[in-house]
Write a protein of this length. Sequence first.
Lengths: 178, 178
Amino acid sequence: MTRHSIYQGKVVDLGRETVLLPNGQNITLEIVRHPGGAAVLALDDAERVCVLHQYRHAVGGWLWELPAGKLDPGEPPLTTAQRELAEEAGVRAQQWESLGTMVSTPGFCDEVIHLFIARQLSAVPLRREHDEVMQVFWWTAQELRVRLAQGEVRDAKTLVALYRWMLGSVQNGGQPVE
Amino acid sequence: MTRHSIYQGKVVDLGRETVLLPNGQNITLEIVRHPGGAAVLALDDAERVCVLHQYRHAVGGWLWELPAGKLDPGEPPLTTAQRELAEEAGVRAQQWESLGTMVSTPGFCDEVIHLFIARQLSAVPLRREHDEVMQVFWWTAQELRVRLAQGEVRDAKTLVALYRWMLGSVQNGGQPVE
């Protein structure tokens, strides 16, 4: 595989990659290399879910999303998850479980998102970036079901984490992570 | 909003966009503009699910995915879904329902994926692109549950469509679409 860099920005690292496919074809693909991310489904003692109403310029409006963010270079995904939950939602959690991983858009990007459930919450100060426009909400199970049924939740990582939790389909059997 | 184009390729259209956020901040973001896509959860008469085992260079290996593809300019998502189901899986369907939409990666890309359920299937000839490396499988409900529980399904659109179907969380109430 050879890679020719097209653009290296703050978020997007775009290149043209020439590869030999398993079918013997040589092709050139436009690939965005991404550091990966982590997202957190945080549940309070009443089993309410922490969601952010976040302005996303890329999609032209507001989305309901779980607290989430990009991995810093070499950062363990759990550390990212803990940092983003604190900075974006003002929440710290004592108990963490893995909800597995997902890939966002494998046609042109290598982004892997690590999903977690967090419980036993306490408040910490918010520390948002100047370009983060969001408000914190706490949804009951009933509100969550209505929002999902009405198609109001559209963000992929948020949907995958919520659905996995609702289905009890936790990949590592719900074992705590350190 | 002003946009400065960085690169326009076959798949990726990358630009730098300067925008006024709702909090009054002016910022510049790297944004990939994408035509959007459609994906199909096709069920045969035994309720087996059609899945593709597809080689994805971006993520360095094989993924389990629903048949899916990009919208051609101006193309209705249902037309895309029908074309991709035929070309990639060799399947035509008589009955179609919407499974709603999702956004893949709203931090830097505007891609919206339209999800469908297809039933009453019949066979048509495969017509794959030279760069599409994939095999068709049909999973029973039991095999699907095992694959999901073991974390073998990692593609976001595939997970969202499967989970929505399993939860009966169809956004338009499962109404047929034309």
